[in-house]
Structures are given as C-alpha cells and as structure tokens.
Design a protein around this ligand. Structure first.
Ligand SMILES: *Cc1c(COP(=O)(O)O)cnc(C)c1O
Length: 365
C-alpha cells in the first residue's frame, strides 16, 4: 500500500438499471439476499501498485480466469453490515469502523491485503449514495451491505496471490422474521467443529461457512434452524452458531457469553449487546461456558433465556437446544424478556428511534 493516497472513486452509472416499477415491486417483498441493487464497488489490488482503480459501476457478473486463486484455495474474506433509513430519509450504517478493522484482521489471517478503514467506509458511502433509492423504508427493512475480497491471480502455485479485488454489493432486505420475532430451536453438532485451534475461526472467511453447511443440513433434518458448535479442543465449551454468537441469561439477570477463544468470530452485534447490558447495570460475564452448564441450568431453572446475535437477524431468541439424545428447553417457549428488550434497544438505536449515546451510527447519505 503506498501509504495513504486517498482512493478516488470513478462512477459509471448503469444503463440497464431496473425501472422504478420493478424496484418498487422488489422493495415491497425483498426477502433476504435475493435481490441486488443496480451498482457495485470494486477496488483492485496488486503487490506492485497496492490498492487502485476504485470504481462504482453497474452490478453484473465477474469475468474470472478459471485459474483464479480464490477458486482453488479459497483465499476469500467478507463482511456484513446494514444501511438503515431513518424517519427523515437519511441513511446510516452501524459501527462500520468495527467491520473495517475486523476485515483487516481477517485479511491478515487469510494473507490477503487489508483495505484501510477510510477506504472501506468511503466504499459504502459511494455505493449507498448511488443506490439510495434501493434502501427500503418500511419498518424493519434495510439494505444489507456485503463487502468481500477475493484473490484473483491466475496461478495454481500455492502461495498468497499477488492480485486481489475488493467488492461491495448491496441487497435490500425485509424483516428477518417475516411473521414477527419467533424463537428458534438449535442443534448441537456433536461430530463436527466449525473451526480449529489456530485455524481461521476468528476470521470472517467463506471457508468457515463451507465447513458449517453439512452440520447445518443435519440441523434442518432435526427440525432446527441453526447449529451450535463446541470448542475444537475438548468438545465441551460453547463457541457459537454457524454465523451468530450465543448468549445465555441467568435467573439473577446475569448475561453470559463465551469468551473469545481464538476460534470464535467476534461479532459487532455481540460487542454492542455486551455494552448495552453493561449500560443497564447488568452483570455481564465473558467466560467459558460448558454444554453441561447450559443443559443443567435449563433443567434447574438457573438459565432462563438464550439467544443468538448477529447482524442479519440482530437477536434471535432460542427456545430449545437439541442434541442426539436430549432436548434442553421447550420448543414452544416464548422469547425471553431480556432477549427482546435488548433486541428492541439495539434496533431502536440503529433506526434512529433512540439516542445514539455511544456514537455508533455513521451517516452515509
Ligand atoms: C459474522 C459472524 C457473526 C456475527 O457478527 P456480527 O458482526 O454481529 O454480524 C458471528 N459468527 C460468525 C461465524 C460470523 O461469521
């Protein structure tokens, strides 16, 4: 990286963008990650030139050489954050600096170039300004932003690529829970782990997700929508779900979540929930939590709520944990009170309905 020459974005407006009628039809029922706005960002990187050629351009397929390193050795990282339309029409995002810094850490682990924070935030601004009409305004809707970097040198030798490209695409999304926030059952993966000791668990990379899909299928077969993974060393302590961090609430109001182990992904939602809980004066513990502590705690009444946290769903209440030979909790139990109130507080901040006392919001448009 030639230090700190700010990137100048070149914009090319799409000549085949959707009409207002088409866009309105999509925004009326966007689902999640199904539709994409008319433009995307790309920024190229080479060993010689560093980051260069920043563009906002029409959304469309990539031309990739079949020998591109990402297709063979999975040298890829990504991020996920949202753009929220506030009541006055302005558009904001939430803690983008945290995502930028996490992406730099992911890049480091995957031997990819890290995009500087200011360029990361500017790329979101550029895309959301161009496609502002794609940010929906109905309650609980928003635009999901997906930055990602791929290695795209055409070379089959095994070493970190000398060429990479950073992209951002944007997808309007509807309420994650289309029929109101409903508790989910989760499946305990007893045969598979998500990440290894010293592996890539703390990095947001596609490979971690690939490894979680088979256990995820097992969860579906058992009537669960998510998988809980245990630590890779002893198979005893909670780590996280395939794409969300996990929290438990004790009878005395203590909020507990697994401490960062090196194989857990540090969620921005996790960090924010911990802060909101501390602000309320709740007792908060980041520590090892064994699967037996959860099972026994549910049985004894000491653990009264459980939830998962991540950008897409924000907070998803967990009603029951199921394993091969046990069920902890009641699949029909309603969402926990603290769970729902933390969810409400966080979304109120994100949508500009409550004061942003930590300065988490960043205006994009
Ligand atoms: C992205 C992700 C999360 C949640 O992170 P947020 O920043 O809260 O969206 C949790 N676990 C994994 C494995 C993830 O990839």
């Amino acid at each position: 990286m030639t230090a700190h020459t700010p990137l100048i974005f070149k914009s090319t407006r799409s000549t085949h963008g959707r009409s207002k009628t088409e866009r309105d039809a999509i925004l009326a029922d966007p689902g999640f990650g199904k539709y994409f706005s008319d433009h995307m960002v790309s920024i190229d990187w080479t060993v010689e030139k560093g980051w260069h050629d920043a563009q906002v351009k029409p959304y469309g397929p990539l031309l990739l050489d079949p020998a591109s390193s990402v297709l063979h050795y999975a040298q890829e990282i990504f991020e996920g954050l949202k753009a929220y339309r506030h009541a006055d029409g302005s558009i904001w995002t939430f803690r983008p600096q945290a995502n930028a810094e996490r992406m730099q850490r992911s890049a480091h682990r995957l031997a990819l170039p890290g995009l500087p924070t200011d360029a990361f935030i500017e790329s979101l601004k550029q895309l959301v300004s161009m496609d502002a009409d794609w940010v929906p305004s109905a309650p609980d809707t928003c635009m999901y932003l997906r930055p990602f970097t791929i290695a795209n040198e055409s070379f089959l030798g095994v070493r970190s690529a000398h060429k990479a490209t950073y992209f951002v695409i944007a997808s309007p999304v509807g309420p994650y829970f289309s029929k109101g926030v409903a508790p989910v059952s989760i499946w305990l993966s007893e045969d598979f782990t998500r990440a290894a000791v010293g592996g890539t668990g703390a990095a947001k990379c596609g490979g971690n997700y690939a490894a979680s899909l088979l256990p995820q299928q097992e969860a579906y077969k058992n009537g669960c929508s998510q998988v809980l993974f245990l630590d890779p060393q002893e198979g005893k302590y909670l780590e996280e779900l395939g794409g969300m961090n996990v929290f438990l609430v004790k009878k005395d109001g203590t909020l507990i979540t697994p401490e960062l182990s090196g194989s857990i992904l540090e969620g921005v939602t996790r960090l924010s929930i911990l802060q909101l809980a501390r602000d309320r004066g709740l007792k908060v513990e980041e520590r090892k939590i064994s699967i037996d502590e959860w099972r026994n705690g549910v049985a004894s009444g000491d653990i009264v709520e459980a939830f998962a946290a991540g950008t897409a769903a924000v907070v998803a209440p967990i009603s029951a944990l199921k394993g091969r030979d046990f069920v902890a909790g009641d699949e029909n139990a309603p969402a926990g009170k603290l769970t729902m109130s933390l969810r409400q507080e966080l979304t109120d901040i994100q949508y500009g309905r409550a004061p942003d006392r930590h300065g988490w919001l960043k205006r994009l448009v």
